[in-house]
Design a protein around this ligand. Sequence first.
Ligand code: FRU
Length: 489
Amino acid sequence: MRNIITTLLVAAAFLTACNTSQPQYRIGVSQCLDDAWRQKMNYEMERELLLHPDMTLSRRIAYGSNELQCAQIDSFIAERVDLLIVSPNEAEQVKPAVTRAYRAGIPVIVADRRVTGDEWTAFIGGDNYKVGQLMAQWVREQCTKHNSQFKSSNFKSSNFTVLEVAGLPGSTPATLRHKGLMDNLPEGVVVHSVMGSWYREEAYKVVSEYLASHPMPDLIVAHNDLMAIGAAEAAGAVPIMGVDGIQPGLRAIVEGKITCSATYSSRGDMVIATAAQILHGEPFVRDTVLETTMIDASIAYPILRQDEAITRDLETLHLFQTQTESKWKQLRYDKTLLITWLIVSIVLFLLAAGYIIANQVKLQRKIKSDILPQLEDVQEAIQLSHRDVAFADRLKQVVDDHLTDQNLSVEYLGSMLQLSRTQLFRRVKTVTGKGPLDYIRERRLIRADQLLHTTDMTVQQVALELCFSSAGYFTKCYKEYFGHLPSER
Ligand code: FRU
């Protein structure tokens, strides 16, 4: 029975799998962090994935840990994903795992943060050196503004201090943003750097510590908006520039907490589109560097509204996708159930039909071999008993008609009934249980009894009438049959 059930389930799964288009490619996504910027990137990926039903994503987040990220990449390698998308926490530390994946023959797309070397398939990310340049340009502008304000008091740019709140030092954006800033600063500007590691709370802490031992800087540049907000919370009303230009930063600009931000695109959609090109063997761009631009208070509000609308759309799409997926799952489950149920019903039906047919055949055989002959016997017996009843009637009739006839003997009775002596004896015995003579005597005694009861005839007269040899013999026979004397009527 267990074998039958297993076979049925396998058959159902097979039938279900046959006409359901299952994703063909499994993509592993290794994210270093899980902040607003990464979530936007994830939504963009999922939105683009709607256009590629042959691909499915499996995402793992390292929460800023190089070790965890390497372990997660290794698990993707062990699972033989068809492609790996990785946004490395720190370039050197995560590089060995990325290289292992690449050498295992898994195409690797490095997104946002780079790894050193060239053992990766494609890169898509922002221009971090340009971001640093934009920071330097902003510093220059602020410096010029400041100089013109203090021209009369003979201000020198060497008095101008910038506090840089840097991202995780081992990550390529932090390195390149710092370089872009330093390479392009106006002469004489003093830069102090603290490390916020990309986190708002960390930035708040390091800026507070800095301020405890330094005078307030003229400007703060933070490598992302979250750290810019953290710095603003610690420093108060200092002009602050951040990076990313998405919701938390845009809102902070609109609310006047920070001054401006450089955009830093996530373009998860482009990452997935490139993944599709690689998996489908189509041409793709190996190294894509995304544009960056400045956002200040003059344009932050409309961009914030637009970003909120886009985020809402992405979230709605994500919700829709999740619901559709769960509906598909339910449908697939229902379908498997239905097919299993159908197969079970058909098998049960066939088993029942087989059982019924086998039983019918058995019954027919039994009827033929046992019941029919018995029936024939019964029919014969019925026919025989019909003949016996008719014979018994006729015998009684003939005997009763000749009760007063002296000549009524076995031979005479046989001739009247057209039977030989033996036949007569056998048939009379069958229907009366007695011999012919005893039967004749019984009938005479019964008639005698009637006469004694219904007429004035004496015992002698009755005995003579019914051909008994003497009154004594009649009396003897009568007593034997009725249990009392004929005179005691
Ligand atoms: C998000 C983030 C961004 C930053 C980028 C650098 O995780 O910290 O704020 O621009 O990563 O890789």
